[in-house]
Design a binder for this molecule. Structure first.
Ligand code: HEC
Ligand code: HEC
Length: 210
């Protein structure tokens, strides 16, 4: 009789030990971390949501306010018709113009609406490899994500540049031209554009085939 009791007791203790082990396993950090990881992994690949962000974001990146300063050749473009920059302005060795005639000779940290000269900090030409002129939106996106071209940026830094850089944000405060006419802003508001960039990135940074 005593021996049978001991036997049951051992089994009960054994079962208790297992279930305690189990439940503590379930509630352990390891488990919930893993669960979270799986969840976010599923969330980052919402293709449709990412593409929706892409469509909106690319309406801005293909706009002349960006492309005028990301030209194919060695000369910036100007205006709504994207004509080649006046005064024979050239890229120069450092994308900052010729030594005695650099961008800052005329472009300052802010727009000069009296003279019609746009301005923002570090005004200079996008490097030749970051040329967007003549590229499709898909080609622009691929180039922007290519570490060999984009200055070794990962997705986080591309997003940071797209949503915070002063030359980018200037596009929504573009001032007036030398005839006093306001420059056209991109077709998407700044807030909607920033939200679109984040929606695109957070859902997988999907670049469509076309
Ligand atoms: C006045 C000139 C100028 C304007 C206007 C301009 N950019 Fe740029 N952009 C540059 C320069 C210069 C660089 C290189 C700076 C660097 O790498 O830090 C650059 C780099 C970039 C890069 C990083 C390079 C890459 O391939 O990923 C992105 C993204 C970018 N620009 C987006 C834009 C967008 C979007 C707009 C318009 C809303 C815009 N830029 C307007 C000058 C300009
Ligand atoms: C001699 C003065 C001068 C110099 C030097 C100069 N710019 Fe300009 N830039 C202007 C003026 C003036 C405008 C405005 C023209 C207009 O819109 O009517 C302008 C417009 C632009 C625009 C057009 C913005 C837009 O979207 O319409 C870009 C881009 C630009 N400059 C880039 C540069 C870069 C990059 C450099 C240096 C490599 C440079 N500029 C050097 C005077 C200058």
């Amino acid at each position: 009789m005593k021996q049978t009791n001991l036997f049951y007791l051992t089994i009960m203790l054994f079962i208790m030990a297992i279930s305690i082990g189990f439940s503590s396993n379930f509630s352990s950090d390891n488990f919930s971390e893993k669960e979270l990881e799986e969840k976010t992994e599923n969330e980052v690949t919402d293709r449709a949501k990412s593409l929706e962000g892409f469509d909106k974001m690319m309406q801005v990146l293909t706009h002349k306010r960006c492309v005028n300063c990301h030209p194919a050749g060695d000369r910036p473009h100007q205006g709504e018709d994207s004509h080649v920059h006046n005064f024979n302005v050239q890229r120069g060795a450092s994308n900052f113009g010729a030594p005695a005639f650099n961008c800052n000779t005329c472009h300052h940290e802010e727009n000069n609406d009296i003279a019609g000269v746009p301005g923002a900090p570090e005004w200079s030409l996008a490097p030749r490899e970051m040329a967007w002129e003549g590229l499709s939106r898909v080609e622009i996106a691929r180039s922007m994500m290519d570490p060999e071209i984009n200055g070794n940026r990962d997705l986080e830094h591309v997003v940071e540049h797209l949503t915070e850089h002063e030359l980018v944000l200037w596009a929504w405060n573009p001032g007036v031209d030398n005839e006093g006419n306001p420059r056209e802003k991109p077709p998407v508001s700044k807030e909607d554009y920033i939200a679109a960039v984040k929606q695109w990135a957070e859902n997988g940074a999907v670049i469509p085939e076309k």
